[in-house]
Design a protein around this ligand. Structure first.
Ligand code: HPA
Length: 274
């Protein structure tokens, strides 16, 4: 069923966009939702019509855009749905499975996160080097569909070094300091306690957030390499002195938009198409 749903979405994307295949997928996190709207050849699709669940968070809209950036056929999805909204994991990962079946050979996952690692500050853009699933939920639980991937997928290079090297090149080109770190998934929607953040810090996490990991697992299952870029919107609980708020997350995301956009626009054409 998961496969059929993703395949149906992929064929609707091909029909609506007139592009039989895409090269790179891009999941747009907080603050980036209009990223693709003005790109050359942009075709905007309503994600409800592709069978995707609709986000319930203010600042998220359900939209899929097909466009081109310097010869790279890009498929973006804005308005991801989260597990904390109550959706099944299969619904949460449907958009990235559709991207993979639409031909994307690389997918960029972006998100907002709380900074745990030493020296991380709100506004920092950090390449995800690896992730930690500390929740114990996995989108691959249940019968395995071999058309998607193997029963026990390897997770040892989900965010390959060769792709992080490209992010580093783009960061240098647009004048952003390159950083990388480990992203820990928390279910949410409550933010973490300082004790939980201290535990995650000792486990080796540098950022914490409520998305990305289920999508990364589903893509790794399908053999699709990932570029993860996290925007640190706040210091995680207990790292800073301020209480956490979603308003702060959206405010910092808004402020970082131009830099994030510049990084992505430089990065997308550098991604190998094969
Ligand atoms: N914790 C979890 N998710 C987040 C945070 C955080 O501090 N900031 C942005 N998303």
């Amino acid at each position: 069923m998961a496969y059929e749903a993703a395949e149906a979405a992929a064929s609707r994307i091909a029909a609506a966009s007139g592009r039989q295949s895409h090269d790179v997928g891009l999941v747009l996190g907080s603050g980036l939702k209009e990223f693709a709207d003005d790109l050359p050849g942009a075709v905007v699709m309503d994600s409800a019509q592709l069978g995707f669940r609709q986000p319930q968070v203010v600042g998220h809209v359900g939209r899929v855009v097909s466009a081109e950036v310097a010869g790279t056929r890009l498929l973006t999805s804005a308005g991801r749905v989260h597990v904390y909204e109550g959706w099944d994991l299969a619904d949460v990962v449907l958009a990235v499975r559709a991207m993979a079946l639409a031909g994307c050979k690389t997918v960029i996952l972006t998100n907002a996160s709380g900074g745990i690692g030493e020296g991380l500050r709100p506004g920092d853009l950090v390449a995800i080097s690896d992730h930690m699933n500390t929740i114990g939920r996995d989108p691959l639980v249940g019968d395995n569909d071999e058309r998607l991937g193997p029963r026990f997928p390897d997770m040892s290079a989900v965010y390959p070094q060769r792709l992080r090297d490209i992010v580093a090149m783009s960061a240098a080109a647009v004048g952003i300091e390159y950083r990388e770190g480990v992203y820990a998934w928390q279910l949410g929607p409550s933010y973490e306690t300082p004790a939980e953040i201290e535990a995650l810090r000792r486990l080796g996490a540098h950022m914490v957030g409520m998305s990305t990991v289920p999508e990364a697992i589903a893509l790794a299952h399908m053999g699709v390499p990932i570029i993860g870029i996290s925007l640190v919107t706040n210091l995680a609980a207990g790292i800073g002195t301020e209480p956490l708020s979603h308003d702060e997350v959206t405010e910092i995301a808004g402020q970082a938009k131009a830099r994030f956009r510049a990084l992505l626009m430089d990065l997308i054409p550098r991604i190998p198409l094969a």
